[in-house]
Design a protein around this ligand. Sequence first.
Ligand SMILES: Cc1ncc(COP(=O)(O)O)c(C=O)c1O
Length: 294
Amino acid sequence: MATAIFGLKCEVYMVRASYDQKPGRKIIMETLGARIYPSPSQNTTYGQKLLKENPNHPGSLGVAISEALEVTLREETTRYSLGSVLNHVLLHQTVVGQEAKSQLEAIDRTPDVVIGCIGRGSNFAGFAYPFLDDKLAKKKPDMRFIAVEPTAVPSTTKGKYEYDFGDSAGMTPLLKMYTLGHNFTPPPIHAGGLRYHGKAPSLCLLINKHVIESVAYDQLQVFEAARLFARSTGIISAPESAHAIKKAIDEAIEARRMGEKRIIAFNLSGHGLLDLSAYEQYNSNKLTNPMYEP
Ligand SMILES: Cc1ncc(COP(=O)(O)O)c(C=O)c1O
């Protein structure tokens, strides 16, 4: 959309698993004027290498970043834009949390628990960091922050906290983060936006210092929560956001069991109207439950 407004050409390296599972997103981007390549592609030497090793390679966010970087380095007039992971992108997204905080203040409420899903970190941090101020300034020291990831891609719950590359080919500067290793290819779960080996450095530091908790849920648990949420609210959530919904439901159940009042705020990062085939699979008991394989 930005390149359409500014009259620039746009090429998108879209993870092959998403390209196949979510054709609606591709159609929207093409309508806005972008050219979409499924990644890994034949356009880059890295993509060609991966396809030679495995013609059905599902791709990953790390592979797509490597391909986009290779094209950028090759072409003098091309520039590269990353949508998450880097700390400045997280700060850019804090417009979401600032708005949520103002809305809650307007009704005199402060959350006890703040929840979001994590793929690379931007929607969670964008929502949570403005609230985090109150915890760190000891205005609300007991406020809890929970980042939710898939068990199939357990960067913060099973990964190592160390320096790693942001992309699969190892072209980016090193980032200190929880990582499953830049060569890890996550299984093709429907929450394609959570298929990334690492997470944003500032988020990882806060998890490492136990300021933010993290948990993992599997695909079937997440879709069960998404369906319950749909039946209660009429909202079909993105599979990514459904990770946050699952944790919000669990928190509410626990609060009820303990007889506590708990204000739970979670970020619904996207709708699932382009993911209906995943819901169709879940509704007909055909959805698989891929597990983490190191
Ligand atoms: C709907 C939705 N939520 C969450 C994410 C996760 O990304 P991040 O952790 O960078 O917010 C994505 C990524 O594509 C997404 O599409």
